[in-house]
Design a binder for this molecule. Sequence first.
Ligand code: AMP
Ligand code: MG
Length: 439
Amino acid sequence: MTTLNDFSRCVAQYDPHALPVSAAQAIVRQWATPVAAVERVALRDALDRVLAADIVSPIDVPSHDNSAMDGYAFPRAALEHGTTSASGTTEIELTIAGKALAGHPFTGRVDTTQCVRVMTGACMPADCDTVVPQELVQRHADSTSIRFSAHAVAPGQNRRLAGEDLARGHVALRAGRIMRASDLGLLASLGIGEVHVRRRLRVAFFSTGDELRSLGEPLDPGSVYDSNRYTLFAMLRRLNVDALDLGVVRDEPVALEAALRTAAASADVVLTSGGVSVGEADFTKQLLQTFGDVAFWSLAMRPGRPLAFGRVWSGEHPGLGLPALFFGLPGNPVAVMVTFYQIVREALLLMSGATPQPVPLVRATSRQPIRKRAGRTEFQRGVATQNESGEWQVTPTGSQSSGVLSSMSEANCFIVLGHDEGEIDAGQQVVIMPFDGLI
Ligand code: AMP
Ligand code: MG
């Protein structure tokens, strides 16, 4: 068996104690295999699901050339038969041969002295290829003819061509797409009412720590409410995976091993928080070394230095039973969110079968000096605003401690300080990652 551990050793800059973020992302990406199972769902149920196969358009959309304006359709050759007035402008005069509304085509023929009254979306009448908008014409008192300046319209103007939205036989949507509102509408415009999507990824998660209390329990001295399960639940919900909450597990090797094996038996991915540091009660890491396969357990990253990544199995030994990818997130609430967004999120998207889109990064001016040490990537919490000229400026939130969850609530972006970057001066440019780009 190729182990993650063997594989990871071959990655450039491999250091299991302080792996650069980019190297960690590369290792994780390599092991994030998409779920194979596919299911067929009704169009409405396809929202936020991952398309499993390319959709090839079975028809042209629109199916016919049609008018883009309310106006009059005519053959372009009519523009050559104008009369030039004393002032030098060329006027076109056409008689109205009939009308076409959306859903009610004109079935007759016209010559270059005629036009057809058309409404937006009406099929272009045979012989006609140009539409003059109604605001630009003068209508004869008895409504039998119109006049307009030859400059009012160019040949072929105001006509939508058949297939200009989607052409028959072309790929309309690619496999790997996370279906959005526009995609549902687009498929409906093709007459497609059901699509194949990947089955939802199953992610089991639990918290570890003897100090943790669940909501509803009294908070005795030294204990804290378990918040990580709620942030994890919410972040997983946004990714539209099947999230399986396995509760709080005590800092006991036997209980932890049982929880990990149960989680591996029921999910594709197991996420835990806490217990991956080097403290006396940090058993997750020790356990993983005996019955899992660990790629790395510490990143050159802040917050989020202790982060274990590997595989676990439902059986008694590595390789026995059902496998699951494993992320042992730090316990600190901010570190959980940062590592989830920077390391776990992309893996879950890939495993869901999605083609992850790059998260938008924006340049901003730091309004304050920022302390930063070269040799690790930092994701500080910031509040970004735009000045009157539309330029982005960013201020770090007060406390950057990884335990202060209110800094995440207050912030609207991460200030991404690269691995090699050092101290930042006030007025210096930095890169920010707006939270709105992270689903
Ligand atoms: P650990 O990584 O287990 O040493 O935890 C680091 C810090 O995060 C400790 O202060 C823990 O109390 C806190 N912590 C761990 N898990 C949670 C959780 N689920 N909710 C809130 N705080 C937590
Ligand atoms: Mg702990």
